[in-house]
Design a protein around this ligand. Structure first.
Ligand code: SUG
Length: 445
């Protein structure tokens, strides 16, 4: 087991709040204006990381971003001191202020798409930060994401970093949330399943009508091309438009795969059979599809519970553990499906672990959204820069750091408070020291 999957969770930032910024994300839209608890959000995330580390999985951590993004406000013409910039934005463009305060970088499944070294022709692991151009608040992330990834995966002999795709609708890219690598084992060559919501150029025009499709075929193809993947290693499948219109804004809200297992809802793919056939044709090991039919879990239940936004983790004995959000316990059909269909079925899933990530869930981010998976060999893990692999000491220091710096109450009206901006900068400055990341933030440069 020299190659292991490392889950890099995003640390929730001090400005975590509910601003209703994500059109098509039912949870974000319905929780707009709620008072958030950034401290609890960060501690829930750290508790998930710690418990997975304690269970023997390799756990990494990625830092939050600098918010409020005062640079973005200045680019948009707000001038003066930091306090004046914030006050003017709050007065003249409250929606813009909310966007530049979002802690959305916590959902690191959208940070980048990663190809492990075993699949790349040059034997290096490849990274492309997602452009996240679908929404203004997330479009602000890739520049810092790129710097963070370059500072952690710094060894050029082992890691390759690609430019963000052109931030325009035709190349709309939301990263690993729409990408799944399937292989018999993490160290074996894998097949890459890219799921897109719409085709920008040509195609038959079938796309969602109600909510936006955030990933294009052209973006997925460009990422695969950057990483040097061949046709024999890739499958491009269209997400079912009905699913997007029901609130499935990323494929990871309706499917999750790991190793040879693909757990998916009947309405995940526009062409279910064609997708499975294409995977089977390419995979060296037999694919293990685990299909959840509509009769077992409706699309609405899938979206409300985030059953498929679970982490599917491989265990050394070949079994798998499914880490589900607490909301799965609250929906009877979903809980029954977990017990009767998944745990009792003929598949490697042998354990269900429930995690409380409610603060993130209210913005549409479940356990799987909170992590970026990177399969790394032992030598690659040893070559990481910074102090980003979790151990007891780092966990303890991060908990203390959160307790020292985070508020336990944040309403959208608090975002204009200049004290929040200075508190955040002080916290992040300390954090880069703790994680030994160097100067990754605009205010440090
Ligand atoms: O992009 N929510 C995020 C949630 C991302 C979840 N990620 C995955 N499925 N991989 C989004 O929709 C809401 C922020 C707000 O409303 O304040 C938000 O951006």
């Amino acid at each position: 087991m020299s190659v292991r999957e490392v889950n890099f969770d995003g640390l929730v930032g001090p400005t975590h709040n509910y601003s209703g910024l994500a059109h098509g994300n039912v949870a974000s839209m319905s929780h707009e204006g709620l008072v958030a608890n950034p401290r609890e959000a960060a501690l829930q995330g750290l508790e998930k990381m710690k418990s997975l580390m304690d269970a023997g999985y390799v756990q990494g951590v990625l830092p939050p971003q600098q918010r409020p993004d005062l640079g973005a406000l200045r680019d948009l013409g707000f001038a003066g001191s930091d306090a004046q910039v914030l006050a003017r934005a709050a007065d003249e463009a409250p929606q813009v202020l909310r966007a530049v305060c979002s802690a959305s970088s916590m959902w690191t499944a959208n940070a980048a798409t990663v190809t492990p070294s075993v699949d790349a022709p040059d034997g290096r692991a490849h990274f492309t930060p997602a452009n996240l151009q679908s929404s203004f608040h997330r479009y602000l992330e890739p520049a810092t994401t790129g710097r963070v990834l370059a500072s952690i995966f710094a060894d050029e002999a082992r890691f390759a970093h690609h430019p963000v795709l052109p931030a325009t609708p035709a190349f709309s890219d939301e990263g690993a949330a729409n990408h799944t690598r399937l292989a018999g084992d993490h160290g074996e060559p894998g097949v890459h399943l890219y799921v897109y919501g719409r085709q920008a150029f040509g195609g038959d025009g079938i796309a969602p009508r109600r909510y936006p499709a955030r990933q294009t075929l052209e973006a997925s193809q460009a990422v695969a091309r950057q990483h040097g993947l061949s046709d024999a290693q890739t499958v491009f499948a269209q997400q079912h438009p009905e699913a997007i219109d029901a609130g499935v804004f990323h494929n990871d809200v309706i499917a999750v795969g790991n190793g040879p297992v693909l757990l998916y809802h009947e309405v995940a793919f526009r062409d279910e059979q064609g997708t499975l056939d294409a995977l089977r044709e390419r995979m060296a090991s037999p694919l293990i599809p685990v299909r959840v039919p509509v009769e077992a879990v409706s699309l609405d239940d899938a979206v409300a519970s985030y059953l498929f936004n679970s982490q599917l983790l491989s265990n050394p004995d070949g079994t798998m553990t499914l880490v589900v959000p607490g909301e799965c316990q609250e929906r009877e059909a979903v809980w029954r499906c977990l017990q009767d269909h998944l745990l009792a079925g003929h598949n490697p899933i042998s354990e269900v672990v429930v995690k409380d990530v409610k603060q993130s869930m209210r913005n549409g981010g479940g356990p799987a959204c909170l992590r970026l998976r990177v399969a790394l060999s032992e030598a690659e893990r040893a070559a990481l820069s910074g102090r980003v692999l979790l151990d007891d000491a780092l966990h303890g220091e991060l908990v203390a750091w959160v307790e020292r710096h985070y508020r336990d109450r944040l309403a959208p009206a608090d975002l204009a408070d200049p004290a929040l901006a200075s508190e955040t900068l002080a916290a992040l400055d300390e954090l880069t020291g703790l994680l030994r990341l160097g100067s990754v933030y605009p205010f440090q440069r």
